[in-house]
Design a protein around this ligand. Sequence first.
Ligand code: 6GU
Length: 225
Amino acid sequence: MRIDIITVAPELLRSPFEHSMMKRAIDKGLAEVHFHNLRDYGIGSYKKLDDMQFGGGAGMVLMIEPIAKCIEKLQAERTYDEIIYMTPDAKTLNQATANSLSLKENIIILTGHYKGVDQRVRDKYITKEISIGDYVLTGGELAAAILCDAVIRLIPGVLGDEQSALTDSFQDNLLSPPVYTRPSEYEGMKVPDILLSGNFPKIEEWRNEKAYERTQLIRPDLLDD
Ligand code: 6GU
């Protein structure tokens, strides 16, 4: 999978890709991530990227020309399955979206800044808009890193068997059950007997029950779907 990230702040984004699972995926050749500094496509000698919004109001808006130049240069090189815009005014990222994106060949992620991008960018180029939650970040860069992490770890071969994505929280719309490790007793707090029993069908049943209870308590909305 190839991901092209268009951003005004590539330095804000680079480090998560140099560690842990995303680094492993990139080192294994399972994911390729390229950063494109929007500034390189800016207008005139000042490399202008943004301007005041028509109709008045605070905040600068990213102009269409630099973004168009960058996207069209990439599109001339290959076909993209999705062109994603990271923005708080979109549907929230969930596991189903991450699963479906992990199967794509080439995607572009555009990250906004300031007041966002000119609406015509969204109308002309964007095939999918994603928010990572109901709060506002300064820019879409950290949101893009989160999206990439959620997607890249699902690419077949990235996770080892020992940490199969299939047992993740949310993979089946349930939160994870509680987990324990040694010692089996700490200051009088005991690990549930069932987990020490070696009765694996019963353990599985217990985990499902706890996952359901926890979901019911903390995220009952997940059970509505
Ligand atoms: Cl994708 N961008 C920004 N700027 N803020 C956000 C977001 C994205 N998702 C939640 N808040």
